[in-house]
Design a protein. Structure first.
Length: 304
């Protein structure tokens, strides 16, 4: 066999094996998914949805196992799938918290702008600044909690006064993982509450634009569609933030406000669906967007 024939045969084999994906038709959905997962925020939202779907499904699987056991269809009232879901959801929770060391969401100071003119309004600007400060408290405390909960740092560290050499004795500060988590969630609670004030201002802006379009003549269809999309993003964020509030309050109080974890799962699942929906719309191609999409923030930081 000549060298040309060998090269031709190798090329055909390569096309038939390594180039098999060339015959796969293009998919807008697959391309959209790749864009969505190419950012840490998109990956975090997807894993949050998977995590809370598993947590939401686990009680149903256990109830089915108990029912089958009662009717003699199962030897033990347990479910191996439910056990696997519980273990995997815990792994996802740990993975997300670790990822926030470097994959933090976009800064609060530049988000949730449902109308371009909002940046010039003093109330919204002040809410956003306060939200930014709350996150500057939240993230370091969460990182310390993670490191302490995994015994990666000692239980005591040098105090601020000893580091600055303001005291004669070398005092040490105690790092309690539970307290760190609680204070971190209190900072997050402040962010969530401020977001409601922010949403009220966003609503006023949208109502003003809506009245302007109603009075205007020759309003283009793109403007009306853009307003509909902004209202959709607004109500989506209202749902997400409303689901976040009870979670933030529960984890900010030592005894919590819920006696059953099922409520945490329900609110977490609602938030996961809302944030995934907003992230998916935000990563759509401009040609596929009728208006501007706005990404919703604030998936639950702790999964207690």
């Amino acid at each position: 066999m000549s060298r040309f024939a060998q090269a031709s045969s190798l090329a055909q084999i390569s096309d038939a094996t390594l180039g098999v994906f060339a015959s796969v038709p293009p998919s807008e959905t697959l391309d959209h998914l790749i864009r969505f997962l190419s950012t840490w925020s998109g990956t975090d939202k997807l894993f949050t949805l998977i995590e809370y779907t598993m947590k939401f499904t686990t009680p149903l699987l256990l109830a089915r196992a108990n029912l089958q056991h009662r009717f003699g269809l199962r030897k033990q009232p347990t479910s191996s799938v439910a056990t696997s879901f519980t273990s995997f959801s815990a792994i996802i929770s740990d993975f997300k918290m670790l990822g926030r060391f470097w994959g933090k969401r976009s800064p609060p100071l530049s988000r949730h702008q449902l109308a371009e003119s909002a940046t010039g309004l003093l109330p919204i600007l002040q809410w956003m600044r306060l939200q930014g400060w709350s996150m500057l408290v939240y993230y370091p405390l969460e990182h310390l909690y993670y490191l302490r909960a995994h015994n990666l740092i000692p239980a005591t560290i040098p105090s601020v006064t000893s580091l600055l050499r303001l005291g004669r004795t070398s005092k040490r500060s105690l790092l309690n993982a539970k307290s760190l988590a609680m204070w971190s969630c209190r900072a997050w609670t402040l962010y969530v509450i401020l977001q409601f004030a922010h949403l009220m201002e966003d609503r006023k802006l949208l109502l003003m634009k809506e009245r302007s379009l109603r009075k205007g003549k020759g309003v283009m269809a793109e403007d009306r569609e853009d307003l509909r999309n902004k209202w959709d993003a607004f109500w989506n964020e209202v749902v997400a933030n409303s689901a976040n509030l009870p979670l933030a309050l529960h984890w900010s109080i030592e005894q919590g406000i819920f006696t059953s974890d099922i409520w945490l799962t329900i609110f977490g699942f609602i938030n996961a669906v809302a944030t995934f929906r907003s992230g998916w719309k935000a990563t759509a191609l401009p040609s596929l967007k009728a208006g501007k999409a706005h990404e919703v923030s604030g998936s639950p930081p702790y999964d207690c």
